[in-house]
Ligand binder design. Sequence first.
Ligand SMILES: *[C@@H]1O[C@H](CO)[C@@H](O)[C@H](O)[C@H]1NC(C)=O
Length: 309
Amino acid sequence: MLFLLFLLPISGLVTEAFFESHCQDGQSKSCTNGCQRGLERYFNGVANRVLPGHGYRNLTVASPVLCGRECLIDDRCFSFHYSEGKMRCELNGATASRYPMDLTEMDGIFYYGPEEPKLVQLLASGDNTGFPSLTDCWYHTHASAATECSKTGQQLCLHAQLDHASGEKYPATPLSWYADTDSLAVLTETGVTYHDLPLTAPSPGLCCSLPYVYRDPVRTASLYAVADRAGQASGCSDQGAHPCTLAELKEAYDNGYRSSTWLYFATPNRDASVADGGCGSRTGDECYQDTIANTPRPAAQSWVYCCYA
Ligand SMILES: *[C@@H]1O[C@H](CO)[C@@H](O)[C@H](O)[C@H]1NC(C)=O
């Protein structure tokens, strides 16, 4: 039986018989590390693929079924690698559906994860740009799901991104957090459906990367005192932005933005200008990357350079 499984590019590995329910809580698994998760009963494998960077333990066991058992009884384990020749079982702290961009080809190693076969197949087939990332842990609140997404520089997916993923045949998901705070989304193969929040059950989050679009800095509508950092930040947030960092001002310069006025920016008690000709006569720590002049002698009051994320 196992021999046959190895010949298949995608193989289901049923480890339900070994499942220990000490960590089980209704629909989800509540674990010692505080992470709740979907109830995993089986793993699906894909040949010659690895998820690098998430392994935390290597064991030598005789079969992938035994490796799956080790994974199921370890709260930290979300997926594993098995290399048949070496009988090496590597436990991973994350899944390919959380890191769809990372799944890489490597001869002789199987990736086994809780994803359904269609998803593993899709992820293994190559171009995963634009696929949502499904969090491995399940959350009771929108805010905690959003925090998890931000760990990978992502945000909870927008409607349009879910529509796109569904159009790209991303397979069905559980009820999941997405950008709106008052409903949950389910991707199905025929589209996205939206549901009321459940009263108690936790849900995974669907994280998406927002395509980065450069926008010129703007200045705050009002003047602020040099020490009024909170006012400066809130002046920017009124514009949906934040005080620019030097790196952001440099990026603006590189994008052709010019402003020779001296304004506050993210660094306290300094002012900066994005003048043509870069730093002019300023050097050393008054010249950021040969481009942005900035000084520790700001005016007592000024506007602020605000940048968009
Ligand atoms: C497990 O062994 C492989 C091969 O030696 C190695 O590449 C990998 O980093 C090891 N993983 C851990 C968690 O030590």
